[in-house]
Design a protein around this ligand. Structure first.
Ligand code: F6R
Length: 607
């Protein structure tokens, strides 16, 4: 979704800001803009790719050393140059970029219009700009502070005024702002990836805080004007992981990184001699966790499917009662949390608004709230009582791939930790560990079949519809496979528990409606096969993912992909990989923008 970068230092700002915007492109946007405050003040905005803006900037921008820039994902008003940020005030001296939504913007706009302000766009952001202008009397920070006290809604903002050309004022409520502090420069961004090239010293702004940045310096206050003392945190970036390398797309690179990302999720987290997991991030709450009776997992999208997997793995390895809930539903339920309830929020970005609201609601109700998050220092990571990082590395492709398999790995480790404190035997624990440790090499084996999966994509990518079916541990993977195909290839696809087909969806089956069936030789095999026979009897085409060495499928299927034999609870880490590749190749063959699918954003910070 929208992205912010700001810079004040001793280097020309334009290159740094454009580079920062490119780092944010993966979040999804429809237009972009830049303001450079010193030298001759300069504003440029463009619809479409950042490359459009860059072209304008290189031709015309001055060499000023401070500025703010933005990628916009339209909420109020269509994507257009006039609606793109930064927005200027009536004097043409004050400029502002904004992520989030100003809920009372209509009321504020009415008052500002009455006071004589003139608007050029349809956005809520321009209202905020004029509101700051209305309070401006020579002190930008004071004006921003007064304006924000009148605002209802969410914001991450960066503001500049040409009379203080080396100062950037930033603030946040519900939309992240991270400061990057170098020796002679200060930066701010809505996403740490835009800072990585410049500094590893960052400061996370909390909700209802603002900061004033000058080159190499920062000061923080709350919106009600209490000063805040906070040091910088060292973030260990891996800049290489932010480039595509020899891969044509981030998505393919990230699919191929899974052997290493699963290794990283496991690293240092297994105690072989006790057949148990060691999760340092949970140590501070270990006693409450090990005594818990009830676990509720909340998350969205792909992370929700990881949560559904979590339900099966926790039920298999522990005696907890487990529910998995869509965060967007959970947050509005009438909750009556029993004593001993633990709520686990799963999120790659750590910024998903619905998941954040769900965890805040659970915290308010007294639950122990844990996080399973990929982005270090993100809001969800900071607001939970304790948690575990998935350490998948930066995921740039909008569709989650490697973070999903890391989430599954860690959910299994959490279940192992709790299970071993209850009735899970040493042998059973050991079997899970052995299976997890084989996963990286087994994924490497599956990735060798990428060419074959591309051929399958070529054969099926012109289908208008697809079913994905599986049972038990493979049911969440069927849902995830269908989501990947929808979002990457724009092919209508539905995931179903295989046993549900006969209760309605099978009516759609005909020779042009193929099904991808997850049919591993596990406890559900016979039942899945009988569901596949029902599909076959209606002349439906079937691609099966099955266990290496299974020769029994014969004419029941049109095509087969084999995956190595493993423990039933660990198999989803393998079966999802061919589904990711299948969606990727279908998307590429159909000419889709696989790294930035239309209408989607990497980090969904609005409700
Ligand atoms: C799909 C995808 C989304 C996210 C969802 C939650 O490929 O990436 O469905 O999984 O928006 O995002 P996080 O995990 O960042 O909370």
């Amino acid at each position: 979704m929208c992205g912010i970068v700001a810079y004040t230092g001793d280097q020309p700002a334009k290159g740094i800001l454009i580079e920062g915007l490119k780092r944010l492109e993966y979040r999804g946007y429809d237009s972009s803009g830049i303001f450079i405050a010193n030298g001759a003040p300069y504003l440029a905005r463009a619809v479409g790719k950042v490359a459009e803006l860059e072209h304008q900037v290189w031709n015309s921008a001055p060499e000023g050393v401070a500025g703010i820039a933005h990628t916009r994902w339209a909420t109020h008003g269509k994507p257009s140059v006039l609606n793109a940020h930064p927005h200027g005030d009536c004097t043409g001296k004050l400029f502002l970029v904004h992520n989030g939504i100003i809920e009372n913007y209509l009321l504020l706009k009415k008052r500002l219009l009455e006071a004589g302000h003139q608007f050029k766009s349809e956005t809520d952001t321009e209202v905020l700009t004029h509101l700051v202008e209305a309070h401006y009397a020579g002190d930008l920070q004071a004006a921003v502070q007064k304006a924000l006290l009148q605002v209802q809604g969410t914001f991450g903002i960066a503001v500049m005024h040409i009379s203080q050309p080396h100062t950037v004022v930033v603030a946040r409520r519900g939309s992240p702002i991270i400061l990057g502090i170098g020796e002679k420069a200060s930066l701010a961004a809505s996403d740490a990836s835009a800072l990585a090239q410049h500094t590893d010293q960052v400061v996370f702004l909390e909700d209802n805080e603002m900061a004033s940045l000058t080159p190499g310096k920062f000061s923080i206050t709350t919106l009600d004007n209490r000063s805040v003392s906070r040091g910088t945190t060292n973030l260990d970036w891996n800049i290489e992981s932010m480039d595509c390398g020899s891969f044509p797309h981030y998505m393919l690179k990230e699919i191929f990184e899974q052997p290493e990302s699963v290794e990283n999720a496991l690293r240092g987290r297994v105690n072989h001699s006790e057949a148990v997991a060691k999760l340092g991030g949970l140590e501070s709450v270990q006693e409450r966790l090990l005594n818990a009776r009830h676990l509720i997992i909340v998350s969205c999208g792909t992370s929700y499917y990881a949560g559904l997997y979590g339900r099966y793995v926790f039920e298999t390895l522990t005696d907890l009662t487990v529910e998995t809930e869509l965060a967007s539903e959970f947050r509005y339920r009438k909750l009556n949390l029993r004593q001993g309830t633990v709520v686990l929020a799963i999120s790659q970005s750590g910024e998903t608004a619905d998941t954040l609201a769900a965890l805040r609601e659970a915290k308010r109700k007294g639950a122990l709230v844990l996080g399973l998050v990929n982005v270090v220092g993100s809001t969800i990571a900071r607001e939970t009582h304790a948690g575990i990082y998935s350490h998948a590395g930066i995921e740039v492709g909008v569709a989650s791939t490697k973070s999903f398999t890391s989430q599954l790995t860690i959910l299994t480790l959490m279940a192992l930790l709790i299970g071993r404190s209850r009735d899970l035997s040493y042998e059973e624990g050991h079997e899970i560990i052995r299976a997890l440790e084989l996963v990286p090499d087994q994924i490497r084996e599956i990735l060798k079949q990428a060419g074959k999966i591309r051929d399958l994509a070529e054969k099926y990518c012109h289908s208008d519809h697809f079913f994905f079916v599986g049972r038990k541990f493979q049911y969440p993977i069927a849902l995830e496979g269908a989501l990947k195909l929808k979002e990457i290839a724009y092919i209508h696809s539905e995931g179903y528990a295989a046993g549900e087909m006969k209760h309605g969806p099978i009516a759609l089956i005909d020779p042009k409606f193929p099904t991808l069936a997850l049919a591993l030789e596990d406890g559900s095999y016979e039942r899945v096969v009988s569901n596949m026979q029902e599909i076959r009897a209606r002349e439906g085409k079937i691609i099966a993912i099955t266990t290496e060495g299974n020769t029994k499928l014969g004419n029941l299927v049109d095509d087969v992909v084999y995956i190595p034999r493993t423990h039933e609870a660990v198999a989803p880490l393998l079966t999802v990989v061919p589904l990711q590749l299948f969606a990727y190749y279908c998307g590429v063959l159909l000419g889709r923008d696989v790294d930035k699918p239309r209408n989607l954003a990497k980090s969904v910070t609005v409700e």
